[in-house]
Design a protein around this ligand. Structure first.
Ligand SMILES: [Ca+2]
Length: 475
């Protein structure tokens, strides 16, 4: 019998932080020593994929260990009801102290407020970057300061008050979400030209209608609020696009700099209390993000940049340091992983897999050979990404845009036939050429199509009932 104490959990989640802006994932644009230190002390997941690349659904998937069709949290307008079991309710029932600080974005009020927490302080919806208001069990409270700092300070104060009982604290930042408002202390960072990603000038040739139809292009769709100043009037189209990219990335990366400081402060506090070995420290983002790849900002698509979430974890007592794994993992796996580390049984309805064997065994096995994705918000008025679902294996990705028969408001209410895309990620890692109609891939395509339907059936998704994003609910 092990006499090891049950671990503490410090789980930092950010909003829209792309792997391409994290040092240990090979960032060409910034450094994140705080986050990198977690990976160095533990494991970096290189194919951690989300089942729905949008804030609210991904948060529900992380908490409940279920897919969007099971939690019924499919869009930004569908909130988590508090009758769901989560890894928090399981930890609390097992004697853990639990707390939540920061961005919840899963609804408010009697049916949606956080449950299973001894203490919670959450931002209303997206929250504000400066002097943010928080909802608490005792009503709203406003704190002066910068949101990333305030969330960190509130969490540190709660952690310092804990005794010998194990605890789990969620430090869920708003940053680096749009509109990317950094703290003034970081205003001098990233003033040198930031390199462009190789697909910045992508014209979407080789893909179906949806990539052409989306309105996420940096050159055309960043707003005055996003950019905070006007481009110089004399710039031509391409020069203006590069100017906007630079402006966007400066603020985005400055917001990330504050996040990395937060991670430093939290891991320092754990170490200073002598709890480093017995603490599971997790850093993740609710999904990936486009940092100019394909010319875009934002997320939503099943393409790699938004499908892939950064996920690093350390637990020195049990997880060997310095690991990287390219095995397929999902945001629905996080809940069961936490519960297994805590020695707590997962509720039977959870649909992921514990990743503990994968990262503690000398001879790890994959937990799945295919990942299921579904994005439900069809053609919202700000981003115009079509609803789609698909399957990703180690090498291939098959996507089905199920826009058949749907009215598309900005194209004269026309209906479109469904469209497919198939990518060979080994030969085409940037997903620039769909091979769905390529005869050489016919067998792969047919095999993956069947596997997609099977996976949908196994997971209990009843495929595509129409879902549209209500106006005004776009992020
Ligand atoms: Ca997000």
């Amino acid at each position: 019998m092990s006499t090891r104490r049950r671990p503490n959990f410090v789980f930092v989640l950010t909003d829209d932080h792309a792997s391409n802006a994290i040092g240990c994932y090979g960032s060409a644009v910034n450094a994140t020593p705080g986050i990198d230190a977690i990976a160095a002390a533990g494991v970096r997941f290189d194919r951690a994929l989300v089942e729905n690349a949008l804030c609210t659904p991904s948060r529900a998937a992380i908490l409940t260990g279920t897919y969007s069709h099971t939690s019924s949290v499919t869009t930004l307008a569908t909130h988590l009801t508090n009758d769901h079991e989560t890894f928090i309710t399981s930890l609390k029932a097992a004697g853990y102290r639990t707390a939540m600080f920061g961005k919840w974005h899963l609804g408010h009020g009697d049916r949606h407020d956080p449950v299973g927490f001894d203490h919670w302080e959450v931002l209303p919806d997206q929250g504000e970057y400066f002097d943010p208001e928080f909802y608490t069990a005792d009503g709203p409270v406003r704190h002066e300061g910068y949101v990333t700092d305030v969330i960190t300070e509130r969490a540190l104060a709660w952690m310092a008050d804990q005794g010998d009982e194990p605890y789990c604290v969620l430090v869920w930042h708003k940053a680096p979400h749009r509109p990317w408002e950094p703290h003034p202390r970081h205003a001098n960072l990233f003033t040198d030209p930031i390199p462009l990603p190789p697909t910045f000038y992508d014209d979407y040739d080789g893909r179906g209608t949806p990539a052409h139809h989306a309105t996420m292009r940096i050159a055309d769709y960043l707003t005055d609020v996003d950019l905070k100043e006007d481009p110089p009037a004399e710039l031509g189209y391409d020069e203006r696009a590069r100017w906007k990219y630079q402006r966007y990335m400066q603020d985005y990366l400055r917001c990330v700099a504050a996040v990395d400081e937060s991670v430093h402060a939290l891991t320092d506090a754990v170490r200073d209390r002598g709890h480093a070995d017995d603490t599971v420290t997790i850093y993740a983002s609710d999904q990936g993000f486009y940092l100019g790849e394909h010319g875009w900002f934002d997320k939503r698509f099943m393409y790699e940049e938004s499908l892939r979430m950064p996920l690093v974890l350390s637990y020195p007592a049990r997880v060997p340091a310095g690991q990287q794994t390219a095995m397929l993992t999902s945001n629905v796996d996080i809940a069961q992983t936490i519960l297994e580390f805590a020695g707590v049984d997962a509720p039977p309805g959870m649909q992921g897999a514990s990743l503990v064997p994968m990262i503690t065994s000398p001879d790890p096995e994959p937990v799945r050979d295919a990942h299921y994705y579904r994005f439900y918000e069809h053609d919202d008025h700000m981003h115009h990404v079509w609803a789609h679902y698909g399957i990703r294996t180690d090498r291939y990705k098959l996507i089905y845009y199920y826009a058949d028969g749907m009215g598309l408001p900005n194209t004269g209410n026309m209906s479109y036939p469904p469209e497919w895309e198939l990518f060979d990620l080994e030969n085409d890692p940037h997903e620039l050429r769909s091979v769905h109609l390529d005869r050489a891939y016919a067998d792969i395509r047919d095999e993956l199509t069947l596997r997609l339907w099977d996976l949908q059936h196994e997971l209990g998704d009843t495929a595509h009932p129409r879902q549209t994003a209500p106006e005004g609910r776009t992020r």
